[in-house]
Design a protein around this ligand. Sequence first.
Ligand code: XMP
Length: 198
Amino acid sequence: MKEPTRSKQVSDCSRPPVRWRRELRGVLIRQTQIAHRVRKLANEIERDFAGRDLVVVSLLNGTVLFLADLIRNLSLPMRLDFIGVSSYREGTESRELILTKELRLEVRGRDVLVVDDILDTGRTLKCVLDKLRELKPRRIKVCVLLEKKNCRVEKVRADYVGFSIPDLFVVGYGLDFAERYRNLPFVGVLRPEYYHIG
Ligand code: XMP
């Protein structure tokens, strides 16, 4: 198997659109950069899963935009299911994890691609991967849009990574703060003074 292309490192922000300037410090990843990178990830995934019985397992809710763009770029047979995981979060701190939706599809003996929005401490993916492994799939690969490299608490790695980002709280393109900002077509950095406003 060919080595996946390295994730793109992003650290500089550009000015957000006027509408969002009060809440966002900047745009970290622009819409065009995302579209380009998602196509690249889809190409890699297509190549690695060609001829396999693929089940894509996406984590709700943060993956909605990423997942839709990723799978529309995948031209290989696949099935799709979701796992709901919610962390009782206060502010931007991850807390206890609860499962809000169980997997329905049979994955035993199949190839599974787990799709998540962001790999931060790794607690969410560790919990999901432990559960999935009990179901005895043939193999599991992980695809994330973003990763914060220096924040890992659990030993989890992703096979496909869109962008490596600094330890900033980001929103947009599916990522939220208190369920807001998911609809932004770019990834932006929230101003710290907005972390505690509901
Ligand atoms: P862990 O720490 O478990 O984090 O790897 C995974 C989940 O935490 C949320 N998360 C974020 N959400 N901006 C967000 O909007 C962030 O910067 C951020 N960091 C972590 C997210 O739900 C992710 O699936």
